[in-house]
Design a protein around this ligand. Structure first.
Ligand code: CA
Length: 224
């Protein structure tokens, strides 16, 4: 049974998350404050950590940093402000996902499962499945399950950037930097429209609509 540690000082949210996760077959451990979390992770590492940022005792960012110094344990950060996520991404805390409050527990459970599936794959614990998208940077070629897809240079770079960090949310600002080699200034809307075109091409080639996900107010991620 997978163990998920929840660090959350709001009792209602903690209880709700615990309920949903237990119902989905996870074991859970709850910390109501920041102090002692790092030590507990060291002593008995969970399979995944759901970590609120604003906590009494020690804040979530400090906790995430300390854990990253000795562990690759997957971390989902909870934040109360969607605008905060862009700043957090820039800080490169090494969180695997960011979820904004208020959230639906169902969404948190889905993301937790996705992350655990991915870690199992990376660790070789789950049957290795080839990525459904094959991107060959040298040949400048992309295939969706063997079907070739023709992309513009900008779409190609966008896809390469997203595939470089599968499962991680990249902000529009991060994606913009990768779009044009001449660093020309583009707007958020430009990124959105390139993503839209890219998603359509992938879907037309037999891909899944869900692969390239838009995270409202934050950015995009690719996952399967
Ligand atoms: Ca809090």
């Amino acid at each position: 049974m997978k163990l998920i540690a929840i660090v959350e000082d709001e009792p209602k949210i903690a209880a709700l998350l615990t309920d949903y996760l237990v119902r989905e077959g996870f074991a859970t451990r709850h910390h109501a404050e920041g102090l002692g979390v790092v030590e507990a992770v060291r002593r008995e590492p969970p399979d995944l950590l759901i970590l609120d940022i604003m906590l009494p005792g020690k804040d979530g960012l400090a906790i995430a940093r300390e854990i990253r110094a000795f562990s690759d344990l997957p971390i989902i950060l909870l934040t109360a402000r969607v605008e905060e996520i862009d700043r957090l991404l820039g800080l490169e805390i090494g969180a695997d996902d960011y979820i904004c409050k208020p959230f639906s527990p169902r969404e948190v459970v889905a993301r937790a499962k996705a992350i655990l599936r991915r870690t199992a794959r990376t660790a070789g614990l789950a049957p290795a499945q080839p990525d459904p998208i094959h991107l060959d940077e040298a040949r400048y070629a992309v295939e969706v399950r063997g079907t070739p897809v023709t992309l513009t240079p900008v779409e190609f770079r966008l896809l390469a950037t997203l595939m470089g960090r599968p499962g991680q949310v990249l902000s529009r600002t991060q994606l913009m930097d990768s779009l044009y080699l001449d660093h020309r200034v583009v707007s958020d809307r430009t990124v959105d429209s390139h993503v839209k075109n890219l998603r359509k091409k992938l879907v037309d080639a037999g891909g899944d609509e869900e692969w390239l996900r838009s995270i409202y107010g934050v950015g995009y991620k690719i996952d399967w």
